[in-house]
Design a protein around this ligand. Structure first.
Ligand code: PBG
Ligand code: ZN
Length: 330
């Protein structure tokens, strides 16, 4: 076949006006596909702006309920909770994370009481609650110990599920965490709780704004010993494969925008739903560009969503979810 079919073939025919363009365009994903990640703190009347993430706040439960009411009115019906606590509540074993009266557990109960149809996701990782900021138990050399950390993650997930979380989402990147959490949920008769694994989570430089928001940066060292290496595609693919074998209900790639190829490949190797976490650094990057006058925020956000959608994302975990004007309003 002759590839060059010009002048018979002219692609511009189908781009002549917005009516034909709109007819041929795939619609952007609607609000029902989005999960809003947000931060909750103890206290009341608090809505503290997060400087590294304009448009995002640390909420106390009362102001969170208000914000979620507005969210639901725009059609977004899912949130993902991160707890932020003071240094007094941090310890080497992250004991606060498993407390049934902890801030996340209380927020889950309050949200489900006010909004029974809201889907509440929780992040299951201890780095917000350890004094050293790592995602598990460490030894005297500061190395994160895998198997002892599983126990913490399992107890934390059970505590969230008991409080009413619909989806628990382990993000610690410990080997065997999906299996450990499943067993613990089953042992507690919590067989209906959905398990969304942060299955392919890279050791990325794009988590900076979040670590400021959640006060969860490691005190010393980094997370390269447990999160996936950005340069190793095979191990990244195996991460999701193994979590599927361990019984994850939903897989995830994180970050999203820099890993569209990984999203597409994992989508091809699984029949599970696939989430993508459009992380804090990716969010901040577009805002910073718009702030300098170098791009239109709404157009950039929508272009990035279209890219993730084409790559094969089913569930978008995105800080844009609470910004109806940018996301869903034409
Ligand atoms: C906790 C966790 C992190 C993020 C989600 N869960 C931080 C990290 O791994 O250091 C990052 C989210 C974001 O950057 O938006 N393990
Ligand atoms: Zn962590």
């Amino acid at each position: 076949m002759n590839i060059n079919q010009f002048p018979q073939v002219r692609l511009r025919r189908l781009r002549q006006n917005s009516t034909i363009r709109d007819m041929l365009a795939a619609p952007l994903p609607g609000p029902e596909k989005f999960v809003w990640p947000t931060f909750v703190v103890e206290g009341s009347g608090i809505k503290e702006p997060i400087s590294s993430m304009p448009g995002q706040f640390r909420y106390s439960i009362d102001t969170l309920l208000e914000a979620v009411g507005k969210l639901i009115a725009t059609g977004v019906k899912s949130v993902m909770l991160f707890g932020v606590v003071g240094d007094n509540d941090k310890s080497c074993d992250a004991a606060y994370a498993m407390r049934d009266d902890g801030i996340v557990q209380c927020a889950i109960r309050a949200l489900k009481k006010s909004y029974p149809d809201l889907l509440v996701f929780t992040d299951v990782c201890v780095c917000e609650y350890t004094d050293h900021g790592h995602c598990g138990i460490t030894n005297e050399h500061g190395n994160v110990l895998n198997d002892p950390s599983l126990e913490l993650l399992a107890r934390m997930a059970v505590s969230h599920a008991k409080a009413g979380a619909d989806v628990v989402a382990p993000s610690a990147m410990m080997d065997g965490q999906v299996q450990a959490i499943h067993r613990a949920l089953d042992a507690n008769n919590l067989t209906g709780t959905i398990l969304m694994s942060y299955s392919t989570k890279f050791s990325s430089s794009m988590y900076g704004p979040f670590r400021e928001a959640a006060d969860s940066a490691p005190g010393t060292g980094d997370r390269k010993g447990y999160q996936a290496d950005i340069r190793d595609l095979n191990s990244a693919l195996r991460e999701s494969e193994l979590d599927e074998a361990e019984g994850a209900d939903i897989l995830m790639v994180k970050p999203a925008m820099f890993y569209l190829d990984v999203i597409t490949r994992i989508k091809q190797q699984t029949k599970l739903p696939l989430a993508a976490y459009n992380v804090s650094g990716e969010y901040a990057m577009l805002i910073a560009t718009a702030d300098r006058g170098w791009g239109d925020l709404k157009m950039m956000v929508r272009e990035s969503i279209a890219a993730m959608d084409r790559a094969g994302v089913d569930i978008f975990i995105s800080y844009w979810a609470n910004q109806y004007e940018i996301m869903f309003n034409d």
